[in-house]
Design a binder for this molecule. Structure first.
Ligand SMILES: Cc1ncc(COP(=O)(O)O)c(C=O)c1O
Length: 455
């Protein structure tokens, strides 16, 4: 039996799908593409801001740009005076070029390059220092102004993490900052945790508030902490997700491929996005005493966040034209124009599970499948995996045998929903000299969806 995992219903996406726009675009662009919905980004941003305001917490959001390369989202940050988290010189240049102010940037990532640090200091960006030698580098730089830094805490709850400064390094770094005078402005501490749990984030944030108080006793400003990203996205319904995790086994996948439940992103999250921030702010660090929101207020500490995936929730989807369909015993293999490089999850030995929607094209006599078997024109359910148009046996967008409502035909479109966060472009490459799928920005100023290319 096939296990179905449809994305949550999305009336806006359904309207676009019904409008015929995507077939027009596939025709005009001549291949796969991604479409982006910036109004969703704006709404997600507003929800995070509301969570901060409702908790009475002074906060600043930095969109983690690594989650999507599109310009439109950085434009929206500039327009909303929102910050951006950048982790490379390219990301920093792009953010500045789109009008985000230098002081609204936070620079993350390990062992940052000398040019990145130099530009970051000159632009007044906040730099999350990941290692003692990075701090020494900054202290030796003459950037014409103090380097604004956060000290990134190695998370004690994730001892295997390669990021951050351990206890000893952190305390030596504080002493170095206190002795450095105007070379550096130590504004606080940061962390980013793997996983999506609320509790460890609240606990570590509570510890960072205490560290700020300690740093102030050394004469340092220390008035902010960053809790990084990792706000979960809720892609699919709870019952479908639970049923899937219980039942999935190699027989559900092409090539009897096996996945452990833990190999998957948690596609269902009962508390997601800005609600996860609300939960973190309401939690009591260490399990007792005042809430995190209260501790931040009492200590006069500003909360910085670096959400990536959660700001992009439902802000984009990926569209692949069907290029061929062939039958195997008991299921089919749909090959699309495009590759699994445009759906990153495969490259983490995992699978993007929210299922693609089949958008039918008008039947064409040029399609040999239509001519060979007119019965295929009737919509009968059809199970198939989805492969990319490359010569790699492992290039599958979906190993799972998906229950399509009908046998896909050449010219139909498969729309993978909600791919803006990390899926659509993190790993794209022009393999086989296939062009990179363009990004199309769709907005709704009137009844009809309108589009433009993202530049
Ligand atoms: C330092 C840092 N901040 C923010 C993020 C964004 O995380 P997410 O997209 O899960 O919110 C990441 C992701 O790797 C990160 O490393």
């Amino acid at each position: 039996m096939a296990l179905t995992l449809p994305a949550h219903p999305d009336p806006l996406a359904e309207r676009i799908h019904r409008s015929g726009l995507l077939h027009e675009l596939a025709h005009g662009l001549g291949g796969p593409f991604h479409y982006l919905l910036p109004e969703r980004f704006d709404a997600n941003l507003a929800a995070f801001r509301a969570a901060l305001a409702d908790a009475g917490v002074d906060g600043r959001i930095h969109y983690a740009k690594k989650a999507n390369k599109a310009s439109v989202f950085v434009d929206r940050c500039a327009a909303a005076d929102t910050g951006v988290d950048v982790a490379s010189l390219g990301e920093l240049r792009d953010a500045l070029g789109h009008g985000v102010r230098g002081e609204h940037l936070v620079v993350t990532g390990p062992a940052k390059s000398a040019p990145l640090l130099r530009v970051a200091v000159r632009q007044g960006a906040l730099i999350a220092v990941d290692a003692p030698d990075e701090l020494e580098h900054l202290l030796g730089l003459d950037g014409g102004r103090p380097a604004r830094v956060l000290l990134r805490r190695h998370p004690p709850s994730q001892p295997g993490s390669r990021f951050g400064l351990d206890d000893g390094q952190l305390h030596r770094a504080l002493e170095r900052c206190a002795a450095a005078g105007d070379a550096v402005r130590m504004e606080g501490f940061s962390f980013h945790l793997s996983g999506y749990a609320v509790r460890p984030r609240a606990d570590l944030a509570g510890e960072l508030v205490e560290l700020c108080l300690h740093a102030r006793s050394l004469g340092l400003p220390a008035d902010r902490i960053s809790i990084g990203g990792g706000f979960p996205v809720d892609y699919v319904a709870a019952d479908a997700w639970d049923a899937f995790l219980t039942a999935q086994r190699p027989g559900h996948y092409h090539g009897e491929k096996s996945f452990a439940a833990g190999d998957f992103y948690p596609y269902h999250s009962p508390v997601a996005g800005a609600d996860a921030l609300r939960a973190i702010l309401a939690a009591r660090p260490g399990g007792t005493g005042p809430s995190l929101a209260e501790r931040l207020r009492q200590a006069g500490v500003t909360l910085l966040l670096e959400p990536g995936r959660a700001l992009l929730d439902r802000a984009g989807s990926s569209v692949f034209p069907v290029q061929g369909v062939k039958d195997r015993a008991g299921y089919g293999i749909v090959t699309v124009d495009g590759t699994s490089l445009s759906l990153s999850e495969q490259w983490f030995a995992s699978e993007y599970l929210p299922e693609p929607v089949l958008l039918r094209a008008a039947p064409s006599p040029a399609d040999p499948a239509d001519l060979a078997d007119p019965a295929d024109l009737a919509d009968r359910p059809y199970r198939a995996c989805v492969g990319g148009a490359s010569c790699l046996d492992s290039d599958l967008l979906t190993w799972r045998k998906i229950a399509f409502p009908a046998r896909p035909r050449v010219g139909d479109l498969l729309v993978y929903p909600n791919t803006a966060g990390y899926q659509m472009d993190s790993n794209e490459s022009p393999f086989h000299e296939l062009p990179l799928p363009p990004k199309v920005v769709v907005d709704h100023s009137g009844d009809r969806p309108r589009w433009r290319l993202d530049r």
